[in-house]
Design a protein around this ligand. Structure first.
Ligand code: FEO
Length: 397
């Protein structure tokens, strides 16, 4: 076993890479896999910060013992209880029976519920500290980023922030661990996709956490997923991404997300996209809801200001993939978007009516007139689609 990477002096990443799972949380595609990062802080006393998915317990413990040998771990700091990070806790307390588990009230309740662990649990409050000798762990509660017990741990001596899922990305750590070692290009979109899928509902708690962190000097961000951020330019970028996404702010661009059974509704999407492009709209992306994975669509909707949704009528309802999408947008409280919609039917229309009802539940700026098509796009319908594109382009250009 190679020795785990020393992120900064006496702090090792003992996390693991998952290139096996197809779906994170059973929901979200993992084209580049995912890492579960866990950090060992070695000092006069030793602390482990978060664990890994239970499936990787063996390789995880080999990594820990390759740093520590037979030395015990004094503390397990639990920043987050979701099982991709708490899965190895039962294993850990068996191997290190004297380990003290550090978390907040909500952590304790979940430790008992998930793993029947209640002994040796130290409950901390916001701002509490635990000294390891030369380094001190300070705890910052950040509830609902994105679970109620979520917190962050900060070491002021090295200005290292262990941020839990915050600032995390999908994508494994291939060879390197830090941004200085890795080609980070692929992680930016994976960060936004992670945010949109997992954290997107919790914009307001993320804003509260960012306010709490303002003024905290950070040299290194150790998230539970993706690269360790060490370069100041990247640290500012990841914090900026979180700030922007959690305020639901977006760049100029247009997402057209549609369902289509036989290509007729898709033709309307194409007409709108072509007209918008001819009028100068940049960053136009079409997503067929039956082909694009939901987190890809959410990622792009979180990135861009313009959104047009189209749906056939199916069993007197929205097309199922569109229904799934609008529910996901409602769940995430998406706002600050220019929104237009169109729909189709073969003998009785329902999709446009239901998209109207959806739009009324959202804090959107409704753009143009909805377009409703019976069966296939004739000249009149195509003209209405171009008018919708024109109204959207006036907002975006
Ligand atoms: Fe990576 Fe919320 O678990």
């Amino acid at each position: 076993m190679h020795k785990p990477f020393e992120v900064t002096k006496n702090i090792y990443n003992v996390g693991v890479n998952d290139r096996t799972k197809h779906l994170f949380e059973g929901l979200w595609a993992l084209p580049y896999g995912v890492s579960y990062n866990s950090y060992l802080v070695v000092d006069e006393r030793i602390a482990l910060i978060d664990t890994v998915d239970v499936c990787y317990s063996d390789v995880y413990f080999r990594k820990i013992t390759s740093v520590l040998g037979e030395k015990p771990i004094d503390y397990l700091i639990v920043n987050h209880m979701e099982p991709d990070h708490s899965g190895a806790i039962e294993w850990l307390v068996t191997k290190y029976p004297n380990i003290q588990i550090v978390g907040n009230n909500r952590t304790a309740e979940m430790l008992k519920g998930y793993y029947n662990v209640s002994d040796n649990v130290k409950i901390i409050k916001d701002g509490d500290e635990v000294s390891l000798g030369t380094q001190t762990l300070q705890f910052h509660l950040t509830p609902m980023v994105h679970w109620p017990e979520t917190m962050m741990t900060y070491i002021s001596q090295s200005k290292t922030l262990f941020s839990g899922d915050a600032f995390g990305t999908f994508g494994t750590l291939d060879g390197g661990v830090t941004d200085a070692q890795l080609c980070v290009t692929r992680y930016w979109d994976e960060m936004t996709r992670y945010y949109a899928a997992i954290v997107g509902k919790f914009g307001s708690p993320v804003q509260s956490a960012l306010k709490k962190l303002a003024g905290v000097e950070i040299n290194t961000i150790c998230s539970t997923h993706g690269p360790v951020w060490t370069e100041q330019e990247n640290i500012e970028k990841v914090v900026g991404i979180y700030d922007k996404l959690s305020r639901y702010e977006a760049d100029n661009g247009l997402i057209i997300a549609y369902g289509s059974m036989y290509g007729n509704t898709e033709q309307l999407a194409e007409i709108i996209a072509a007209e918008a492009a001819s009028l100068g709209v940049k960053n136009i992306i079409l997503h067929n809801v039956s082909k694009s994975e939901l987190s890809e669509i959410l990622r792009d909707i979180f990135k861009y200001k313009g959104l047009i949704i189209g749906s056939p009528t199916y069993n007197n309802k929205l097309y199922p993939g569109v229904e799934n999408l609008v529910t996901a947008l409602q769940n995430r409280g998406l706002k600050n978007r220019f929104f237009g919609y169109f729909g189709s039917f073969s003998w009785a229309g329902a999709a446009v009516k239901q998209l109207k009802e959806f739009s009324e539940t959202m804090n959107f700026d409704i753009v143009g007139d909805p377009v409703e098509m019976k069966q296939s796009p004739n000249d009149e319908v195509a003209e209405k689609a171009r008018e919708l594109a024109k109204a959207m382009s006036e907002k975006l250009c």
